[in-house]
Design a protein around this ligand. Structure first.
Ligand code: B3K
Ligand code: ZN
Length: 881
């Protein structure tokens, strides 16, 4: 296997920059094939590293895929011997400690399919610079600890009337040859990764926000004309986020304008560029007719996330990319709390925990496993992971739990005050939290450096005579690549005890019914006195730590917790455990060739949940949803795909048959003719209604399918339409499914986002999304290999969300994925490296699948020169002993 330039970078090698850049003036002459970039930098020796009488080190400027036209120093054109172009950049001999540097380069946005740097999306110029994309625009010290004040002038033909960059517009006009010229100035020093530029023929909607100190901020959302009717929800979300950050964190917005631009070609969700956020269209545009509830909620949280970065990321940024979780973990925690405040707190928590358990735990146990603050990387783009984001957010959440809300707020105030305008480390964050609270987080810091998901084994005992209850908790963290023999972590375990009648038991001297146990040793026993009868423990409430908790709950105890726990998250979790236990038993029965037995306890539990009208319908829907095949796979030592599918299908059908009447009654009770709103209450009702519909149709019952068809025909909103369509595709007769799919496409073919839903429904369907169909979808005129959203809908839909078809016995699913990864690597390495994920865990499967997946990986590694992104993932995956 060859790669372009694989080189491992280590945190321990960090060195402060040799030179700083106080001012950065950029001029862009936009052209699809030959954009001219003039960069004028005010450079000075970094006083923090300078020594008396030193020989000045050369100035290193990162640069990739650039055509260098000229270099001038203090106005003098430099001869070629003063600088050297090397792989990855330019090294320049320097003879003074302060100077002006001018560099001219040429780039070709049209040819840039990596969607990093400056590129074109549907004819619109846009940029993506994080983490290291700025070096594809011009030669520059492209590292986050070099912060500079940017002024940007953009020149373009009149067919690009909207020309945007960071900060405030300070000048505009026309050039002598009739082109448009606009200048933007961002008064806040920032690293190059936060630079942004947009040029296009765009429309916008406008609103304003009055900050807590009374300043009026102009809010603008730009999009292509056809999407202008889809901006309202993002604008509302933005205003809510701005208010929330003032109220909850005391953070006020700092510029006079905040802009969001929607683009169709984007590698991830969105980007927090200072004052000019750029968003994947799918994460910002929505209307009730075209977007599902899930999309509405995703938009609300991503708009908030990017906005919150203005403080956690932009005003206070990262010293180096090993510290990525400093901004991402903290900001994910902030956006999760925002979403919890705007919607149902319990449901938001459940969704986040499902993601952790299904995907982050898998990452933590796989070949790419790394700590929240990684020690090394080959390609930083590969480290925008669930570990850095989601586990990173859990680490911040645990600090919040350990400190309590008031001390946590003092800590965040201190952090922002102490480090405003600086590029800092995770250590600085923890230190601010300690200094403001007096807490000792010494041991807690291990969460940043130790990879792997800790396992807690819990045992209990009850001394009836003394009225004492004992909980013994053992912790251990498994070995991960490059890390053995982990030390005990400081783990906060929020818990309560329920008495025989289901009431919460007082568990401390103050009569509190809930407390946080601080686990710091490999094994610890906690004693609770004054307990009248053997209680049922409710452990890890709200999922207070990202761990796997093992306690040998009986089915009766789980049913009890489902009914009585005061913590709604744990009510759901008890229900999940019960379902997981049943599914594990069913898998064993399947493997032993026995007849599968209906698990009556679970069915009874589900019936009680459905009958409980006091429960939030969204929580009911979550409780009635079986763990996904992926989540089940995560529980297994060796994954047996066929057994998982058989068990899950059997259980789903058993629930559907046993509770059919209840599902029908609840479905009808939830039918409304109210106009659509994305309010938490309405979303909750739709989610339960559609959960009932799916169960009703699971048996292939004709009456139920008619209900689904009627819901589809009513077409009241995309949530209900897409849910009924999915049900018809999944459970209806094939010819009819084809007809509804076709009708849906005919109606929505002009709408990019709906077409993505249409692709995803097919590729992810266990019955419909066969390899052959997926291959056909790739020939569909609406499919575009250069558009990551389409790749995610069709290829990732199949490889990551269609457990049944992807794991087909002949291994062709794996081979197909390998071929797509190879093809994509030539166009967009970041997307290729993400898409390969399902092949990385070959060791986790049974022999035949394992061999097939391994050979798909070899197929990639033998295919020629790989990008650094893909090389890192494939080589680490093949490396597992
Ligand atoms: N900070 C960006 C992610 C950039 C990813 C670059 N490969 C979006 C976010 O987390 O807010
Ligand atoms: Zn982020």
């Amino acid at each position: 296997m060859k790669d372009s330039q694989a080189r491992t970078i280590y945190l321990k090698d960090y060195k402060a920059p040799d030179y700083l850049v106080d001012r950065t003036n950029l001029t862009f002459d936009l052209d699809p094939h030959a954009t001219l970039v003039r960069s004028h930098l005010k450079v000075r020796r970094n006083p923090a590293v300078a020594q008396d009488g030193e020989i000045l080190p050369p100035l290193w400027l990162d640069g990739v895929d650039l055509e260098l036209l000229s270099v001038s120093l203090d106005g003098e054109l430099l001869p070629a011997q003063r600088y050297e172009e090397k792989p990855g950049g330019l090294s320049l001999k320097v003879d003074r400690s302060e100077f002006d540097l001018e560099v001219q380069t040429r780039i070709a946005p049209e040819a840039n399919t990596s969607l990093e740097g400056l590129y074109l999306s549907n004819g619109m110029y846009c940029t993506q610079c994080e983490a290291e994309g700025f070096r594809k625009i011009t030669f520059y010290p492209d590292r986050p600890d070099v912060m500079s004040v940017f002024t940007t002038t953009i020149i373009a033909p009149p067919s690009y009337p909207v020309l945007l960059s960071n900060g405030n517009k300070v000048d505009s006009g026309t050039t002598e040859d009739g082109r448009l010229r606009v200048t933007w100035e961002d008064p806040f020093a920032k690293p190059s990764y936060l630079f942004a530029l947009v040029g296009g023929d765009l429309q916008h909607v406008e609103d304003s926000f009055i900050t807590s100190s009374g300043r009026k901020v102009k809010l603008q959302l730009f999009t292509e004309a056809r999407n202008i009717g889809k901006c309202a929800h993002a604008m509302t979300s933005l205003k809510r986020s701005m208010r929330w950050d003032e109220e909850v964190y005391g953070r006020e917005y700092d510029l006079d304008i905040f802009m969001i631009v929607a683009v169709d070609h984007f590698n991830m969700g969105a980007m927090e560029n200072k004052g000019l956020n750029i968003f994947n269209s799918a994460c910002v545009l929505a209307s009730p007719e075209t977007a599902t509830d899930a999309a509405f909620q995703r938009i609300e949280s991503i708009v908030a996330h990017e906005y919150f970065h203005n403080w956690s990321g932009n005003r206070v940024t990262c010293r180096d990319w090993f510290q990525l979780s400093l901004k991402e973990g903290f900001t994910v925690f902030r956006d999760a709390e925002f979403s919890a405040d705007m919607n149902s707190r319990a449901v938001k928590r459940i969704e986040d925990v499902i993601l952790l358990r299904t995907s982050q735990f898998a990452e933590d146990a796989g070949p790419m496993s790394h700590p929240v603050r990684p020690d090394s990387y080959m390609e930083i783009s590969n480290f925008y992971t669930l570990t850095v984001y989601e586990k990173g957010a859990e680490v911040v959440r645990m600090i919040h739990t350990i400190l309590g809300p008031e001390a946590f707020r003092r800590g965040s105030d201190l952090y922002f005050k102490r480090h405003d305008g600086c590029a800092v480390t995770c250590e600085d964050f923890v230190k601010a939290m300690e200094d403001a609270s007096g807490a000792d987080l010494t041991q807690f810091r291990r969460w940043y450096s130790q990879a792997g998901t800790p396992v807690l084994d819990v045992e209990d005992a009850f001394d009836e005579e003394k009225g004492e209850y004992f909980l013994t908790i053992r912790q251990h963290t498994p070995d991960t690549p490059g890390q053995k023999d982990k030390l005990p972590l400081h783990i906060p375990v929020t818990m309560g005890l329920l008495g025989e009648d289901g009431t919460p038991q007082p568990i401390d001297a103050n009569g509190e019914v809930e407390m946080v146990l601080h686990l710091t040793e490999a094994s610890q026993t906690f004693t609770f006195s004054g307990i009248a009868s053997r209680p049922v423990p409710s452990l890890l409430r709200g999922f207070s730590a990202p761990v796997r908790l093992h306690y040998d709950y009986s089915s009766t105890q789980l049913q009890f917790l489902m009914q009585h726990d005061t913590d709604p998250f744990n009510r759901w979790d008890a229900c999940q455990r019960l379902a997981l236990n049943s599914l594990q038993v069913l898998q064993q029965q399947y493997r032993a060739g026995e007849t599968l037995q209906v698990p009556e306890t679970l069915i009874d539990g589900y019936a009680a949940v459905l009958d409980d009208e006091t429960l939030d319908p969204a929580l009911v829907a979550k409780m009635l949803t079986l763990p996904s095949a992926q989540e089940l796979a995560e529980q297994e030592g060796k994954i047996d795909a066929a057994a998982i599918i058989a068990a899950r299908t059997f259980l789903r059908d058993a629930v559907a048959t046993a509770l059919g009447e209840r599902f029908l009654a609840r479905y009808h009770a939830l039918e409304t003719c109210r106009p659509y709103t994305p309010s938490a209450a309405d979303i909750a009702e739709r989610s339960l209604k559609n959960t009932c519909l799916a169960y009703l149709c699971a048996s292939g019952n004709e009456d139920a399918l008619m209900l689904a068809k009627a819901q589809f025909d009513r077409g009241e909103n995309m949530t209900d339409t897409a849910a009924s369509l999915a049900t018809l595709v999944e459970f209806g007769p094939r010819e009819r499914a084809e007809l509804v799919l076709e009708a849906f496409y005919q109606q929505w073919q002009q709408d990019t986002q709906v077409v993505e839903i249409w692709f995803g429904l097919q590729s992810g369907s266990p019955t419909f999304g066969t390899l052959e169909r997926v291959q056909k979808l790739m020939e569909h005129p609406a499919f575009e290999m250069k558009n990551p959203n389409k790749v995610r809908a069709v290829i990732a839909g199949f490889a990551m969300r269609n457990f049944t078809q992807f794991h087909r016995e002949d291994g062709q699913g794996y081979r197909f994925l390998a071929d797509q990864v190879i093809a994509l690597d030539k166009l967009n390495p970041q997307i290729a490296a993400r898409l390969v994920t399902p092949l990385t865990r070959w060791k986790k499967y049974r022999e035949q699948e394992s061999r097939q997946i391994h050979s798909a990986l070899l197929r990639i590694s033998d295919s020629g020169t790989l990008s650094r992104d893909l090389y890192e993932v494939v080589s680490k995956s093949l490396d597992q002993s």
